[in-house]
Design a protein around this ligand. Structure first.
Ligand code: AMP
Length: 357
């Protein structure tokens, strides 16, 4: 069981904005950060002490990286299994354990894992060929949502199927690859639970977040979410149970659909800090990034408290052009990710407002 002291170096796989905010949190606790990314001039590397630029399947580069850091974590869930294996093979301390990634990388495995641990989801069926879609649709009811098993995010790799006649086009639209078909979830809102588990097994969670999406991308998070206290408690207990089942160390996020009757259905797991938790930088006693670094370091985890009603707005693509307006607003806490170019759908920054707005 490794506990890191200030001055140690934490390695982070991934160079995006999550890595950048993790690096800043690590610096605040006295750690150095070494970023491993395949991207030149990444947002995270520009705030880190050191960077390795190499591909995620370069075993020699991963071994050299592991030799220069005291523990490793990651900021994205699609880390190739080979990268985790290469790090473990040279004895690196990796938190959370890369084995936890496999569960979230495949929607079929993920949904079964949720159900096996008593966490309800919308009904789903495995789809291995276009011919599987019509019978599955008959069982689940139309419309239903076809989702690739792997590498889907921000609404990518998904296609609604309204009738059996649309099976072939939906199969083509997701790239004709292994998928699941999900019954439409009749949700009234979407919420997420962000929790953390320490190396000692202790668990803590943030207040439930309410998330609004636009074009499949998170647009806004409101805290506290409008869910009944009992439902919020059940959701937190579910996430704690999942983390314990995975013997997880670090921050884990679960997205849920909230139903009109107060029930919650889990949608997906992210084994990392999450966009819906960015408000915690300004709106909580401890941020999700701070908790992740503490967990990686083997430190005890404080129970975070919310500082009041919070609203977080994502700056997507050209939204960032209004940075000067946000910067001039004393109520707005502006966070920019240092990305060189604003492309449509690209997360460029976020703004948080506390209760006074
Ligand atoms: P996901 O990639 O699974 O997070 O899905 C992206 C978004 O699509 C979700 O945030 C929902 O807004 C919507 N969505 C996903 N699954 C379903 C479903 N089974 N029923 C209705 N909407 C869904």
């Amino acid at each position: 069981m490794t506990t890191l002291a200030p001055g140690a170096t934490i390695g982070i796989l991934g160079g995006g904005q999550l890595g950048r905010m993790l690096a800043v949190a690590a610096a605040e606790l006295g750690f150095d950060v070494h970023i491993y990314t395949d991207e030149i001039d990444s947002p995270a590397s520009r705030v880190a002490a050191r960077t390795t630029i190499a591909s995620y399947d370069d075993a020699a580069a991963l071994a050299a990286f592991a030799a220069q850091v005291d523990a490793v974590t990651f900021e994205f869930e699609n880390v190739p299994a080979a990268a985790g294996d290469a790090l473990l093979a040279v004895g690196a301390v990796v938190r959370p354990h890369p084995g936890a990634l496999a569960t979230g990388q495949d929607r079929l495995v993920e949904k079964r894992f949720l159900n096996d641990n008593g966490v309800a989801t919308t009904p789903f069926l495995a789809i291995d060929a276009a011919a599987d879609i019509a019978p599955a649709l008959a069982e689940l009811g139309a419309p239903a949502l076809l989702k690739t098993r792997r590498f889907g995010y921000d609404g990518k790799g998904q296609s609604w199927v309204g009738a059996a006649s649309e099976a072939a086009s939906a199969w083509a639209a997701i790239g004709a690859q292994p998928a699941i078909l999900e019954a439409a979830a009749p949700f009234v809102r979407e919420v997420s639970v962000i929790a953390a588990r320490g190396h000692d097994g202790a668990v803590v969670a943030f207040d439930v977040c309410e998330n609004r999406h636009a074009n499949g991308i998170l647009a806004e998070t409101l805290v506290p979410a409008q869910v009944e206290a009992r439902a919020a408690e059940q959701a937190r207990d579910s996430v704690f149970r999942l983390m314990t089942a995975l013997n997880y160390v670090g921050v884990l996020t679960v997205e849920f659909f909230a139903l009109a009757d107060g029930g919650l259905l889990a949608n997906e797991i992210a084994p990392r800090v999450h966009n819906s938790g960015h408000w915690t930088l300004d709106g909580a006693s401890h941020s999700q990034f701070d908790l992740q670094i503490r967990a990686v370091a083997g430190w005890p985890l404080p129970q975070p408290t919310t500082l009041g009603p919070v609203r977080m707005i994502n700056l997507i693509g050209d939204d960032v052009a209004e940075w000067a307006q946000f910067a001039a607003d004393p109520r707005a806490r502006l966070h920019l990710y240092g990305k060189r170019a604003a492309r449509p759908g690209r997360k460029m920054g976020h703004v948080t407002y506390l209760s006074d707005c």
